[in-house]
Design a protein around this ligand. Structure first.
Ligand SMILES: [Zn+2]
Length: 60
C-alpha cells in the first residue's frame, strides 16, 4: 500500500518546516504540493557522490 504523501513545494519560503499533505495543494498556503517520494535534490545528490568518488579516484 502506497500513500501519496505530498509536501508543500514552497515550504522553504513559507513555512519553518515541510508541510505534508495528501491533497494536491498545501493546506496552509495553497502552493502546489509535490510528491515527496522522489525528492527533487536526490538525483543531484547521487551525482555529487558520483563526482566525489571520481575525484577521489583521480587523486589516488
Ligand atoms: Zn505551504
Amino acid at each position: 500500500m502506497k500513500a501519496d504523501l505530498r509536501v508543500c513545494s514552497a515550504w522553504r519560503n513559507r513555512h519553518e518546516r515541510p508541510v505534508y499533505t495528501l491533497s494536491a495543494s498545501c493546506p496552509e498556503c495553497g502552493a502546489d504540493a509535490v510528491n515527496s517520494a522522489p525528492a527533487p535534490f536526490d538525483p543531484e545528490d547521487s551525482y555529487g557522490e558520483y563526482r566525489r568518488s571520481l575525484k577521489r579516484r583521480a587523486r589516488e
